[in-house]
Ligand binder design. Sequence first.
Ligand SMILES: [Zn+2]
Ligand SMILES: [Zn+2]
Length: 327
Amino acid sequence: MKAMVLNRLRTPLAWTELPEPQPGADQIRVRVLACGVCRTDLHVVDGDLPDPRLPIIPGHEIVGRIDALGTSVRGLDVGERVGIPWLGHTDGTCPYCLMQRENLCDNPLFTGYTRNGGYATATVADARFAFPLGESGSDIAVAPLLCAGLIGWRSLVIAGEARKIGLYGFGAAAHILAQVAKWQGREVYAFTRPEDVQTQGFARSLGAAWAGGSDQLPPEPLDAAIIFAPVGALVPAALRAVRKGGRVVCAGIHMSDIPAFPYSILWEERELLSVANLTRRDGLDFLRIAPQVGMDVRTTVYPLRAANEALADLRAGRFEGAAVLVP
Ligand SMILES: [Zn+2]
Ligand SMILES: [Zn+2]
């Protein structure tokens, strides 16, 4: 098979010919049809995350078709279209798994970070963590749902009953979540880099009630805000934008340091919390509602071999929505 491999941190991925992976007893082998490019992939390449496993094939928004089954796999068939997300394996026995919080498992494997991912023509995955996708939606449009959509969904659930909801950073995740939130009857307030009027227009075109720079306050205080951009300075900005009792959710896996801020912007029972990873329940819930939303998933497609260009364009904010690699 062919893959784009990260051999050393902070170097370009290398186009590599590798032996065909063989599925273990609990695993499936999948022909990759499309793989989304997530900001977390940049954090993997940049060495922002602890204990990287190298060499590694990045990519954890995988849409593929099963072409081989391990001997113990039940409930999946050869030829079936599946999605492979970030959560690649859990032990099922640690205190977090036992309290239904497998997203916090003590011994997890993460696709494209600590086990090989989807920047490849094929991959193997733990069958229990793959989602059957059915045939509705194109491979390219479904791929970004598997992390941007799914972790965004978990963040939205954790944000609670908020009617007025702010989204800081309007990239792949927010452009999906804005549509889900609007479909649920919420009002979306989109915050972009100051002066990025193009992305603000993009947010309005997807139904945002208001769009502005992250240095601005919304016209009215928000019930909750979700921060997708990896920028610590957005934490005090979002706390200032939410009402008394409002909640600020940090959705990313990595963020620059949070600057000191006065206690008064947290006081009055405002809440600040983070979202880590996903549970299989999140995936099943989100993939069930996603087709009902009638989402416009905006994608920019790159051939697999151009993964480095896709990552560079993501870093520079050169496209709207999500980048997707196609083998
Ligand atoms: Zn566990
Ligand atoms: Zn991701």
